[in-house]
Design a protein around this ligand. Structure first.
Ligand code: AP5
Length: 190
């Protein structure tokens, strides 16, 4: 099952993708994590991506597409995967469809997690204190939310038009949200 998880920063994509992957036995592919790993390793890609991430801007499409193409070329995606943080704009959604047509594993379902803005701000402020993620400062979170509404929110329409979109309430406990997401999956995927 090939699933895309959509939602604003702090909506729980990473948390929920990890739990769903465990339940479904498929790999979790997070472009945010792949990029943070590249930054930690000090690779050329990491060096080029870092200033965009620190500012809460999208990393240029061609850099992320390379990363995602490499990851989707590995054997473990053959029985499905969950994509978290990609696609982030319409150009990425179109590029993804082309890559997936080559791999033979088109997106079967896009789950959009919906969370109130106050809850998002609270969650990311807590994480800033507890984990110190560099892009969780108040100013950068504000920009990440702006970038989300301008560039990423339209991606939901892309999947809605293709009748692949399911919206899920992301408020409440991690377990309650996970159950809602699991139940929103199309027949035959669980
Ligand atoms: P990315 O890592 O994808 O960040 P994001 O989308 O901003 O998402 P977050 O990781 O902040 O939130 P999440 O929705 O995954 O929620 P989480 O489960 O972590 O991207 C980071 C940057 O990389 C981007 O800004 C960009 O620069 C770059 N990038 C990445 N992909 C890109 C792409 N495709 N193109 C271009 N650039 C790209 O939860 C958040 C917090 O809330 C956690 O502390 C969690 O414990 C807590 N939490 C989760 N669920 C609940 C709950 N139900 N109740 C209470 N707390 C909860």
């Amino acid at each position: 099952m090939a699933i895309v998880l959509l939602g604003p920063p702090g909506s729980g994509k990473g948390t929920q993708a990890a739990l769903l992957c465990e339940r479904l036995g498929v790999p979790h592919i997070s472009t945010g994590e792949l990029l943070r790993q590249a930054v930690r390793e000090g690779s050329e890609l990491g060096r080029r991506a870092q200033r965009f991430m620190d500012a809460g801007e999208l990393v240029p499409d061609e850099l992320v597409l390379d990363l995602i193409e490499q990851r989707l070329g590995l054997d473990d995606v053959r029985h499905g995967y969950i994509l978290d943080g990609y696609p982030r704009n319409l150009a990425q959604a179109e590029a993804l469809d082309q890559v997936l047509a080559r791999v033979g594993l088109p997106v079967r379902c896009a789950l959009a997690i919906e969370v109130d803005e106050n809850e998002i701000i609270g969650r990311l402020a807590r994480r800033a204190t507890e984990e110190g993620r560099s892009d969780d400062s108040t100013a950068v979170v504000r920009n990440r939310l702006k970038v989300y509404s301008e560039q990423t929110a339209p991606v939901s329409d892309y999947y809605r038009q293709r009748k692949l979109l399911h919206t899920v309430d992301g408020m409440g406990s991690v377990e309650a949200v996970n159950e809602r997401l699991y139940r929103a999956l199309p027949d035959g995927s669980t």
